[in-house]
Design a protein around this ligand. Sequence first.
Ligand SMILES: [Zn+2]
Length: 258
Amino acid sequence: MNQHRDHYLFFTAALIFVFLLLLLSCHAAQENEVEDEREFDYTPGSEKGPERWGELNKDWASCNSGNLQSPIDLSNRRVKVIRKSLRLKKNYKPFSSVLKNRGHDISLQWEAHNAGSIEINGNEYFLQQCHWHSPSEHSINGRRYDMELHMVHVNTDPNVKYNITVIGQLYKIGPPDVFLSKLLREISSMSDQKQEREMGVIDPRKIKMGGKKYYRYLGSLTVPPCTEAVIWTINSKVLSIKLPTFTNLIYFDFFASK
Ligand SMILES: [Zn+2]
């Protein structure tokens, strides 16, 4: 009887041990996976895709329930077309920059936001970074273009409601833009790993802006947390660019369908 019970206890202990071992290894595997995965992705219908961004984190609720979400079609009635005679007051200056692969995109960031600012409605917004989407996020009369550049500016005054302003530029494939081609070559050589690269001094004034008019509307960030505090300014003229052939390895924003 006792012997039986000893056997029984031994087997139970062995089973619990194996079970714990399995649990531990599963847990380790899960942790590794989470580390490797991005917090969100752009794949429509996927677990972390655009339709579910608002559920992934309580701070991202705007992504699903907001009513000023971006991107939109620029023929939308929320959009005003403004002549550039009412010029944006730009005060950019060259400063050291770093190219950062943030996982979901690659951005060029200026150190300590020292690359100057623009003024909108009497408020000063400091240039923080620029990044690219391919294809474009905004569309014009339903047409999306090959690439879109976003220059992100921030205002740190807590009394300013719309404290982010993004200047956008659309591109279609055509003759190269020398400045951007050089930058895109650097970007193309960065792999799908999180990493940084010193880029030296870069002058934001060298980024060309097209057209005599711009589209202006109030919207949101186009990635989580989708904050609805963005003044959008998108140049009316679509410029041309020569995209590297391996673009699809670099821009993670493919077919963003938010
Ligand atoms: Zn963007």
